[in-house]
Design a protein around this ligand. Structure first.
Ligand code: TRP
Length: 331
């Protein structure tokens, strides 16, 4: 079975866009690949979180991924900092990562521009740590978005450089795993593009949102003043609401409102009420799971321990061989 690795940012709540997009694909991949999913808490240190925030964020992300369907028996889900072998490989790879190429990384330049007062070495070597995350399990597939393509290219560069230096075909080349057509795009509620938290709190519906919050957000979604002729093409903000309906409502419900729109009899208030209720129905079981898992420290401890054990088994195998190759040998 091919090995897949994906790192999950340790900040941010999951919204419907994450859930129906990447997460559903992760859940499916669990059965087809040898999957390692980890929470990238070492990466988050570049922004200097407080100890309380760091722990809270990691817990939050772990809980939500478990509630959304990542099965700790099917795949290996772990916390990056629980696997010290990653940091060790990062150190070795750093010896052959060059200042020029690290400075040229788009993500580095973006972060320097955004936070000119916090240009630390961890930020510069972020792609090296990411390469270590992937190479430590010798993964060949990495399910990531377009924004991570350059990091993956760097992971291939660092792996190949190590191979050349030690004259060995040790690390395989990791490539981005693209979900292609199967990735459903979930629009946000602001009438513009896709659902995301950077577009503002009210644009996204989170899996942990209460029914009241969901209703409020949906009722405030952007609409126009209604169709002016029969069967007319929908403007983006209206199409977005219908697209959301396609995901959370039954086909009958969607078609019912679509007919009303085409006959110019639509009342957006009714459509939004229905959409909100269907979102509540879709998210309630997950929200309840989130609350149950978050309250179950015993379970979380076991999952984290089990994940760390499995991840370390794989990581230790790699580190042992890497040390041999480098020339760290026992007397
Ligand atoms: N850089 C990734 C992001 O911002 C997170 C990440 C860290 C990652 N290490 C990884 C993703 C290894 C895939 C593989 O989303």
């Amino acid at each position: 079975m091919e090995t897949v690795v994906s790192g999950i940012r340790s900040t941010g709540k999951l919204h419907l866009g994450n859930y129906y997009g990447a997460i559903q694909n992760f859940v499916k991949m669990q059965h087809e690949y040898n999957c390692y999913f980890f929470i990238a808490d070492l990466h988050s240190l570049t922004t200097h979180p407080t100890p309380g925030d760091l722990h809270g964020n990691v817990k939050h992300v772990l809980v939500e991924y478990l509630a959304a369907g990542i099965d700790p028996e099917q795949s290996t889900i772990y916390i990056q900092s629980d696997v010290p072998e990653v940091s060790e490989l990062y150190l070795y790879l750093n010896m052959n990562a060059y200042l020029g190429e690290l400075e040229r990384a788009t993500s580095f330049k973006d972060k320097v521009r955004a936070n000119p007062d916090n240009v630390n070495a961890g930020l510069l070597t972020y792609p090296v740590l990411m390469a270590a995350d992937i190479l430590i399990h010798k993964a060949i597939k990495v399910p990531v978005g377009k924004d991570q393509e350059q990091h993956l290219e760097m992971a291939r560069t660092f792996g190949n450089r190590f191979n050349r230096l030690y004259n060995n075909e040790y690390f395989p080349e990791p490539y981005a795993f693209s979900f292609g057509e199967s990735l459903i795009k979930i629009p946000g509620l602001d009438g513009k593009g896709k659902m995301g938290k950077s577009e503002g709190e009210a644009n996204a519906v989170y899996l942990s949102d209460s029914p009241e919050v969901i209703r409020k957000k949906v009722m405030r979604a952007v609409t126009d003043s209604g169709p002016t002729s029969e069967n007319q093409e929908k403007p983006q903000e209206i199409q977005n609401l219908f697209d959301l309906m396609k995901v959370v409502s039954t086909p009958d419900t969607h078609d019912h409102f679509n007919d009303l729109y085409n006959k110019m009899q639509i009342r957006y208030g009714d459509l939004k009420k229905q959409l909100a209720e269907d979102m509540v129905i879709a998210t309630t079981p997950i929200r309840e799971k989130i609350n149950d898992i978050a309250a179950n420290s015993d379970y979380l401890r076991k999952v984290a321990q089990h994940g760390a054990d499995k991840a370390r088994e794989s990581a230790q195998r790699t580190i042992k061989e890497v040390r041999e190759l480098i020339g760290f040998r026992n007397f």
